[in-house]
Design a protein around this ligand. Sequence first.
Ligand code: URA
Ligand code: SF4
Length: 195
Amino acid sequence: MGIATEELERRIRTCTLCRLHRNRKNAVPGEGPYDARVMLLGEAPGRNEDLRGIPFCGAAGKFLDELLEIAGLKREEVYITNTVKCRPPQNRAPRDDEIKICASKYLKKQVKIVRPELIVVLGRTAAKALLGKEIPITANHGKVMTVKFAGLNFLIFLTYHPAAALYGARTRSKLREDFAKLAEVLKTARIPRPK
Ligand code: URA
Ligand code: SF4
């Protein structure tokens, strides 16, 4: 990990730019190699993530590990982060102003450093942050799209949030299907990194 990325992580861990810093125990910058082909973008840290400072280390993370295996990906080879880096109180959805400030300060820098071939967008908050508007996941999951973000053109793969799946078998099976599709997408001709 280079000095710029260490400095970025340090800034996130000490950030007080939005109200979410008040209730956090640990900010969660993200985890994984900064030259990963694939980046995964969640919503916000939950209870376990806040306690440990690591993304997707609770129940949703366990299901995510199963999904990654379906896609033929190892957890160590993907870069995983969240749209906002601090846990919202009672796990409420991050608010627009929090998303705006956190994503423009940190997520934009992270995507420019990693420049992944593909960003797997987990749920509506992540989709909103990248697309700049609300998009129904039910009608668009399993699709590859392009977005311009941080001045770069990214390929994104839209799917449900793995935590949503913990409440319903239907969403669980849709997520499994999506990650099987993702395996196919990643097997096709190598996608160029965004320039
Ligand atoms: N949900 C998320 O969006 N991110 C995590 O890190 C854990 C649960
Ligand atoms: Fe800073 Fe983001 Fe945490 Fe808000 S959520 S305090 S902007 S790191």
